[in-house]
Design a protein. Sequence first.
Length: 489
Amino acid sequence: MSTLFIDGRWVAASAGGTREVINPYDQSVVRTVDDGDALDARAAVASARAAFDGGHWSGWTARRRSGVLHRVAELLQRDRAEIARLETLDTGKTLVEGGIDVDDVTGVFRYYATQAESDPGRLVDAGDPSVRSRVLYEPVGVCALIAPWNYPLLQMSWKVAPALAAGNTMVLKPSETTPLTTVKLVELVEEAGVPPGVVNLVLGPGGTVGSFLVDSPEVDMVSFTGGLETGRAIMSAASATVKKVALELGGKNPNIVFADADFEAAIDYALLAVFFHAGQVCSAGTRLVVADELHDRFVTELVARAERIRLGNGLDPDTESGPLVSAEHRDKVESYVEVGLNEGARLLTGGRRPDDEALRDGFFFLPTVFDECSSDMRVVQEETFGPILTVERFTDTESAIALGNDTTYGLAAAVWTSDADRAERVARGLRHGTVWINDFGPYLPQAEWGGYKRSGVGRELGHAGLSEYQEAKHIYENTAPEPQRWFAR
Ligand code: NAD
């Protein structure tokens, strides 16, 4: 089956390009997919434009659109095992993680199915009985949805569900490294009854397919999740056509642990925060900021447990963490070990590839902990996007907050303490889009997700996640017009 979806048909790339999708566990070829270029992107945009301008989806009632979104949610659950397996083969994550992603995404489709129906706009009190003033929320138009490789299905769905709910048409551009679950998602969207032209899919490189979408005057909005540098390039390119831009970028997220925290829970979550999915999580807790008096006990235990993490094949139920996504990405992560050592950080464990022969063909990297770090170090400031934890110490609440904010990013943070007042003070003091108190990682479809500062522009999930894909239109109606006689009195 061809893997580009344009105007309701599965097609090959017009220039015949293909790309092998590699399993990061053993470098085997999972599947060969079609690899498009700017010409394919042009055809996909034309299809989305025609579908939008023809009202093929935006003209449906909200209830009818909502029914289709509910159906997508059902189909995701029907094919849960298959999708989880695809995500494991494509990204290296464990099957359990892949299954969690499918469940989360199902919840997101259900949430926006409900939101689609409960968003009739609002009446505005103009303070004048002869005026009828209303605000309507309309779709933005043609949306380019560009996603990264770490959560391929999840990140794309956070865009597709609200964009569809709001009545837009779209072109999807997943990461060239991990396209498989997006192909599957589009199959399900088609099966659920979304009309031809509404959802189009173009696989291919960011520099050609992605750039075309961002530059195209026929595209009204770009919603992008990915790295800071790409986000900057997109924001700047989008200025030429003044299109709407939503950016979900990186993070360097502090996990702040006070001495009065529940030790067992805090240790457990500190490991989960940084080593889940081998640290390839935008909201990973890669900066442990720990109370001075707790430091030695906490870090000793954390290192002991990090050394017991079982690396392996994501399909194996005993595996606790899979490989990194690609050879290129492992090189990047590995380079940060040298950076940390040169800056004077103390390597407590990891910092290299595993010796285990069974893992030789995979892109594995050992869970790594650097102690004696400070916030002026690059290894503390830059997103390593791998299993590398840096440890800093603090002495009081104010310095903990200051350290937590000493980053150009602002995506997520956590605070661990048994003092509720202090937890609240820290949570409010932190300049991050999500703050967890005595937890790390959960999100809710109903609650906004996104970044302060260089972690992005705009929000996904929650009501704001729908608003990103809407234009507000004010209709002001004068029900008893009288001449004003301003001119020519
Ligand atoms: P990336 O920026 O390299 O690529 C992301 C997507 O952009 C890919 O589909 C790529 O092909 C495309 N792209 C590349 N150049 C482009 C261009 N010039 N124009 C248009 N599209 C282009 O990111 P990545 O390496 O795939 O993903 C990792 C990054 O994603 C990390 O920085 C991570 O923090 C971030 N991320 C953020 C969130 C969040 O919610 N804030 C979630 C997941 C990942």
